[in-house]
Design a protein. Sequence first.
Length: 386
Amino acid sequence: MTQPFKTRIGIIGGGQLGKMLIEAAQPWNVEFNILEASSDCPSGKYATNFIEGSLMDDAKIKELAAISDVITYEIEHVNVNTLFELEEQGKTVIPSARILSVIQNKGRQKEFYAEHALATSSFLLMPSTEAKTANLSIFSGEKVVVKSCTGGYDGKGVAILSKEDVLADKVPSIFPGEVVLEEFIQDAIELSVIVARNAADEIKSYPAVEMVFDPKINLVDYLFAPSKVDTAIQREAKDLAIRAIEAFDGVGIFAVELFVDNRNRCLINEIAPRPHNSGHHTIEANYTSQYEQLNRVMLDLPLGETDLLTPAVMTNILGSDDVTGDYRLDGLSDLAATQGAFLHWYNKAASKPGRKMGHFTVLDTNLEDAIAKSNALRDKLRTVKP
Ligand SMILES: Nc1ncnc2c1ncn2[C@@H]1O[C@H](COP(=O)(O)OP(=O)(O)OP(=O)(O)O)[C@@H](O)[C@H]1O
Ligand SMILES: [Mg+2]
C-alpha cells in the first residue's frame, strides 16, 4: 500500500458535492467508491469503484458498503433504512442514520428543534388535506410558508401562499402528503453556519455566510462571506448552530441554515447533514474547506482551522432558460481574466433551465470589490447551445 490512508470512503450520490469531496482528498490519495444512477454524473470518473444504481436500492447500498470502510451521502434522499441496518452490522455511517432520518422529514426536523429549545419559526404539522382547517391566526402577516415534509430540495418542496389560498384548500394540489405550515419570516436575512464535529467530540464552526436569493426560482443567487450582520448576531447564529449539532450528537459536517428576522432574532430554518452549497467558497477562502473537513472527520483526524482567509463571493452557474440538453459554457475567458476568480464545473451530462451546472468564487481583500467582480461575471458565464 502506498496510500497513507487505508480507509475507503463510499459516497451515496455522485453529484457535484461528491466530486468536490473527492477532489479535496486527492493530495492525500484516499480511495472513494460511488453509488449513482448513471456513471455519467459529476463524480463518476473520479471513483475507484463505481456502482450504478438507485440511491434507494438496498442491495446496491450494501454493495457499496461491502467495499467501503465508511459510508457518507451527498444528498438526503437515500435509503435510510439500509443505513440503519449497516450501522447495526458495525459499519460507520457519517452522519448517522438517526440524524438523517430526522432531517429527511421537514416535520420531524421542526419538532426536533422545538423539543430541544432551538429557536425556529412557529409551525403546524398536518396532512395537506387538513391545511384548510388550520388555525392560521398563530402566524403573523398575510402569508404562510408551506413545505412538503418529504422529497423537497432546492426550494422545490416549498411554496409561499396567502392565508386566503390555504383556507381555500389550495395546499393538497401543491403537496399531496404531510406538510409543515410555518410563519413567513418577513424580510429575513439568510445565513448559513457550517459546523463540523468529529468522533473525538471536537467541534468547529465556519464564519457565517450571507445568502442572496433569486426570488423568481427560490434558489441562492450568490452568497458572501463574511456576513454583514452585526457581530453580536453572528455570535448568536454560531451558538445556535453549535447547540443544534450538539443536540443531534452529530458527527460529520452540517450546514445550519438560519433566518435573522426583523427583530434580529436568529431562527433555524433547516440543517443539511452534508457539504452544502453555502460552503463552496471555503475551498479557496478558508484554511480548511468544508470538503476537507468532512474527509478529516471520516479519516478520524483532528479538525482543520475554519477561519476565513479573505472575503469571498460564491455564485451558482445555473442552466440557461433556453437550453435543454447539449451545451457549452460561455464566458470562460472573462473569468480567466479576472484576478481572484475560480471556476468549478460539475460535468453534468445535460443543461436544464435553473439546474446547478457549476459555480465560481471570487476572492478580494475588499468584499464590495469581490461582489462587483462577481456581478460582472455572472451574466457572462452561461450555458449556451453548442
Ligand atoms: N419560514 C420562512 N420564511 C421566509 N422564507 C422562507 C421560509 N422558509 C423558507 N423560506 C424561503 O425558501 C427557501 C427554501 O426553503 P428551504 O431551505 O426550507 O427549502 P429547501 O428545498 O430545502 O431548499 P434548499 O435545498 O435550497 O436549501 C429558503 O431559503 C427561504 O428563502
Ligand atoms: Mg434550504
